[in-house]
Design a protein around this ligand. Structure first.
Ligand code: NAD
Ligand code: UD1
Length: 336
């Protein structure tokens, strides 16, 4: 298949590009480089042994998008492009709705015009809002607690309406849990600008000495050790989930709109992650328990049964591999 990856030079997109290209697909990247660097594309090329095409453009630029879809005879789109910082979305909601919702609408119009009807969308476990029961399965009610989450929910609903209106669409919304880790080569990974919001990149920067200690947000949750529990998933497993979703959409069952959780089904606490990182890196990761972070829930983890049954996909890599790869990547970053 010829596959266009919007946001393809970002953290998850670059790993998916490797997995899809290694499975024999022709991969074309489309990214406005608002949160990634050109250099990532050359490092993806080093992993693959050949360069990928990057089209530098915005998903809100319909002409360029149409040209990309036609010139590369695209069969399917994987739509990663979007803004993802929760706090920033609260401060700048219109920027988030414009980039994420309007951006997706522009993409869908361009796909419609060019006769491309297969889409995999990067959704998030955030669409479940406050968990009413665990593990979270795809039937759990959806809700949003911030503009970022609401943009994901709007897009999921827009995609569902579209599939209902026209039976030729094949759409998979992949609800990622907590993607962490990096490619085994250590050449690509997550490198957030400024102070990391998320746990794993923060821990990695403490281990290298770039930051003093991890602030553990809350030690009094109703969890085994009192700290928050999440379903961390290795980005390489996540990347393979996109391959499985594309195969499913191409099958007879792929018609219509589908939602799948991509998680491991296992929860780990903040302290477990810190300990695993210490084991993987051989470094000490000092921490202190501070107040809870507003908006955080005690526990969140997936039921991954639907993806296992329908996509034939399940996560293979555990917390130790996630930490080891994050550490390898962190050391590579230190030389950049
Ligand atoms: P990322 O920021 O590393 O990658 C997103 C890429 O999209 C970047 O390269 C950015 O330059 C590009 N982009 C943004 N807006 C664009 C636009 N208008 N036009 C073209 N390109 C644009 O983020 P990521 O972690 O790789 O996330 C990818 C997707 O997965 C996002 O939609 C995100 O919301 C979703 N997601 C991420 C996580 C996570 O923890 N990383 C969890 C759940 C869902
Ligand atoms: C966050 C986002 C979520 C998004 C997800 C992507 C919030 C409220 N939620 O989820 O919308 O889909 O990232 O991966 O921002 N923690 C610490 N210290 C830190 C950082 C985090 O103790 O410095 C704790 C958190 O309280 C939580 C766990 O570590 O219990 C994981 O946090 P994080 O990596 O930010 O992910 P989520 O909060 O699950």
């Amino acid at each position: 298949m010829n596959i266009l990856l919007t946001g393809g030079s970002g953290y998850i997109g670059s790993h998916a590009a490797v997995a899809l290209a290694q499975a024999g697909h022709k991969v074309v990247l489309y990214d406005n480089l608002s949160n990634s660097q050109l250099d990532v594309v050359s490092r993806v090329g080093r992993i693959l042994g050949y360069p990928l095409v990057l089209i530098e453009g915005d998903v809100r630029a319909p002409d360029l998008l149409g040209q990309a879809l036609r010139e590369h005879s695209i069969d399917a789109v994987v739509h990663f492009a979007g803004l993802k910082a929760v706090g920033e979305s609260v401060a700048q909601p219109l920027t988030y709705y414009d980039n994420n919702v309007t951006g997706t609408q522009c993409l869908l119009r361009a796909m419609h015009r060019c006769g491309v009807r297969t889409l995999v969308f990067s959704s998030s476990a955030t669409v479940y809002g406050e968990p009413r029961y665990l593990p979270l399965d795809e039937r759990h009610p959806t809700s949003a607690v911030n503009p970022y989450g609401r943009s994901k929910l709007h897009i999921e609903e827009m995609l569902s309406d579209l599939a209902l209106s026209d039976a030729s669409w094949r759409i998979a919304c992949l609800r990622y849990f907590n993607p962490v880790g990096a490619h085994e080569s250590g050449l690509i990974g997550e490198d957030p600008n400024g102070i990391p919001n998320n746990l794993m990149p923060y821990i990695a920067q403490v281990a290298t000495g770039r930051r003093d200690r991890v602030s553990v947000f809350g030690g009094d949750y109703e969890t085994p050790d009192g700290t928050g529990v999440r379903d961390y998933i290795h980005v390489t497993d996540l990347a393979h989930g996109h391959l499985a979703a594309l195969n499913f959409l191409a099958s007879a069952s792929g018609v219509g709109w589908h939602a799948f959780n991509l998680g491991t089904g296992k929860g780990h606490s903040v302290l477990e992650v810190i300990q695993a990182f210490e084991r993987a890196s051989g470094m000490k990761v000092p921490y202190e328990i501070v107040a809870r972070r507003a908006g955080d829930v005690a526990s969140s983890y997936a039921s991954s049964d639907k993806a296992r049954h329908m996509l034939g996909w399940q996560a293979k890599l555990g917390l130790d591999e996630m930490c080891a790869s994050a550490w390898r990547w962190q050391r590579y970053c230190a030389q950049l």
